[in-house]
Design a protein around this ligand. Structure first.
Ligand SMILES: [Zn+2]
Length: 148
């Protein structure tokens, strides 16, 4: 009984130390940092600032194109049974434009940034962008295959 109590006490102490020194993560690269810092280095702070500047500059354009393309994909799929060519062109073009934009302007969601921090989240967004471009070409290719 006494032994386990000691064990808990030790564990609690360890957690407290960890909390003090490694609870926070660098806002840019997610490296563990002390509670009092926001970034692990000046380089990360600079990169984060650049990212936020880009968000401010292109955030609005991003949301507009994002909304159009995200609506364009189901609209294209919806039109497909009526006009196959227009349906596929709208769906695939929406995918390709959305994908290109995600590669050029990799703005992840707030949730992604808080979980993975800027560096990893933007990288992931770019990968998603490449996949979306691929899906767009796949839809386009499917149309050619379909009408052969
Ligand atoms: Zn960092």
């Amino acid at each position: 009984m006494l032994k386990s109590k000691n064990c808990y006490a030790k564990m609690g102490k360890d957690i407290d130390v960890e909390r003090l020194f490694k609870m926070k993560k660098c806002e840019y690269c997610a490296k563990e940092i002390s509670y009092f810092e926001q970034y692990c280095s000046d380089e990360c702070q600079e990169k984060a600032n650049k990212y936020y500047e880009m968000c401010e500059k292109y955030g609005k354009i991003f949301s507009v194109i994002n909304a159009i393309c995200v609506f364009g994909i189901p609209i294209g799929i919806f039109l497909f049974p009526f006009t196959k060519v227009i349906g596929t062109v709208i769906a695939s073009l929406s995918c390709v434009i959305l994908g290109i934009m995600l590669v050029l302007l990799p703005f992840p969601t707030e949730n992604m940034i808080s979980k993975q921090k800027i560096h990893k989240a933007t990288k992931l967004t770019r990968i998603i962008g490449v996949c979306v471009i691929g899906i767009g070409f796949l839809i386009f290719g499917f149309m050619f295959f379909y009408f052969k």
